[in-house]
Design a protein around this ligand. Structure first.
Ligand SMILES: C[S@@+](CC[C@H](N)C(=O)[O-])C[C@H]1O[C@@H](n2cnc3c(N)ncnc32)[C@H](O)[C@@H]1O
Length: 249
């Protein structure tokens, strides 16, 4: 088992309690998510998401599954590149996030998780997973599931915020995400739990396993051409490809 971080006991007690707690906090803050994201995203807005997907190999006409789709920010960025929202399926465990998603009518949003994706084998040319890796219970289970639903030769893009190297940068990021943003959130958000969500997100970033562990887990799931691209020292884009098969790769 490879959890992305140990249980965070300020919020829930055991690994078994994690998924229900995470679903609850996203449910309760879904109405505020897009507004908060514009504040804490620090540039991970539509432009960054589109660039990251393009660099990971997303092209017009492809079929995409966006896991951890939330309110649909990454799924909508994918639909813009593909040119057809009907080719994008979002999957998320939080009914609240799905309810508040503002996506084109043709885009399907399904209840599910990284560990259990409601799609047949080899269903997608491309799978995206934005800022949700810290919420799964087991990286190897999630990556095996991604491998299952991506077609041979298909591609994967995982976006995450990573702790930067160096104590000054880390302190600055903490002051922003765990200090200022929750305070701004308390003022601008409609839901009382918005600051709690922000503190939780910071704690998951601070406790997350290092990038090498994520790269190794992707390789261990069978992906090839596994790489990490970093922007502004904190925005990590993990890219990988599912092999075509022994006769081709
Ligand atoms: C920070 S939001 C990111 C939403 C969207 N991908 C984006 O780019 O803005 C994280 C999302 O991950 C979802 N999530 C939580 N646990 C998950 C799991 N085990 N598998 C997939 N998604 C999960 C949450 O419900 C939430 O919608």
């Amino acid at each position: 088992m490879q959890a992305p971080h140990p249980p965070l006991r300020t919020y829930y007690q055991t690994e078994r309690d994690r998924s229900a707690w995470v679903r609850g906090v996203f449910d309760r803050t879904a109405a505020d998510y897009d507004r908060l994201e514009r504040i804490f995203g620090l540039g991970t807005g539509p432009w960054y998401r589109r660039q990251a997907l393009k660099h990971a190999g997303l092209k017009p006409g492809m079929t995409v599954i966006d896991v951890g789709s939330g309110t649909g920010l990454l799924a909508c960025a994918a639909a813009k590149i593909i040119g057809d929202p009907a080719r994008v399926t979002g999957v998320d465990p939080s009914p609240g996030m799905i309810e508040y998603a503002r996506v084109p009518a043709a885009m399907r949003l399904l209840s599910g998780s990284a560990e259990r994706i409601p799609a047949p084998d080899c269903a997608a040319d491309f799978l995206s997973f934005g800022y949700a890796l810290r919420h799964v219970s087991d990286l190897s289970v999630a990556f095996a599931e991604f491998y299952r639903v991506i077609r041979p030769g298909g591609r994967l893009c995982v976006l995450e915020i990573t702790l930067p190297a160096g104590s000054v940068r880390r302190a600055l990021l903490k002051a922003w995400l765990n200090g200022l943003v929750p305070r701004i959130g308390a003022v601008v958000a409609r839901r009382r739990d918005a600051p709690l969500l922000m503190h939780y997100l910071w704690d998951t970033i601070a406790a997350c396993v290092p990038p090498d562990t994520i790269l190794q887990a992707l390789g261990g799931a069978g992906f090839v051409e596994v790489e990490r691209h970093v922007d502004l020292a904190i925005f990590s884009a993990y890219r990988a490809r599912k092999p075509l098969g022994p006769a081709f790769d």
